[in-house]
Write a protein that binds this ligand. Structure first.
Ligand code: ZN
Ligand code: ZN
Length: 220
């Protein structure tokens, strides 16, 4: 079977893997982002300057990046991956994640896929963040932390405003034992408000990590 583009279904030309050149040119790439929270910005920020939001309320992580914005067709692709098990998107996304990881600090020494509650994991059958993290682990050789759990089964986040999300996520994560890594990279599919990453980063920092960064496919 010839390889096909995951976005348009066109048979791949030599050199194209999982995403054809036409689709790659049309995807909603992030051009300028806040280096701290990954929010796309219209004009580039000066080096070392964070967005107004981060200046007002600095997140517990030091850097975040996503290759794409969470708009069509990436929103549809991520939903299909998560809710309809379209895991063939994973190999299309992993080179994008690898490339974007190069924008993050170089001293990352462990990966952490955002955990799913066991009940959600049981219904879905997989954790999309773990699936996205596996190729990164293979390519970087970094360990994946496995002692962080989601202790509260939280209702779906979509449709909640920022305050509701915050309440919804309170004490959602717990660590068994400590974190030996110094700089943990949180990996997820989407950064929506950043609240999940804030919560998880705080837990990881309280357990002994010194720094946290965040990498995801798309930023809302
Ligand atoms: Zn295509
Ligand atoms: Zn920011």
């Amino acid at each position: 079977m010839p390889q096909r583009c995951v976005f348009c279904g066109t048979a791949s030309e030599p050199g194209e893997v999982y995403c054809c050149c036409g689709c790659a040119a049309e995807l909603p790439w992030v051009e300028n982002r806040c280096a701290r929270c990954a929010i796309p910005v219209a004009t580039p920020l000066r080096d070392g300057v964070d967005c107004a939001n981060c200046q007002q309320c600095p997140p517990p992580f030091i850097a975040a990046a996503t290759p794409l914005r969470y708009t069509f067709p990436i929103d549809a692709a991520i939903k299909a991956m998560k809710f309809r098990r379209r895991l063939y998107y994973v190999p299309a996304f992993s080179p994008m994640l690898m490339k974007t990881m190069a924008c993050l600090p170089k001293d990352v020494d462990a990966l952490l896929a955002v955990p799913l509650h066991w009940r959600r994991h049981a219904t879905r059958g997989f954790n999309q963040a773990v699936e996205l993290c596996k190729p990164l682990q293979k390519l970087t050789g970094l360990p994946m932390l496995a002692n962080v759990k989601r202790i509260r089964s939280t209702p779906y986040q979509s449709g909640l405003d920022a305050d509701e999300r915050r309440r919804n996520l309170r004490a959602a994560f717990a660590i068994q034992g400590s974190v030996i890594a110094r700089h943990v990279l949180i990996v997820d599919d989407v950064i929506t408000t950043g609240e999940t990453c804030r919560q998880l980063a705080n837990v990881v920092l309280a357990a002994g990590a010194q720094k946290v960064s965040v990498l995801a496919i798309a930023r809302a």
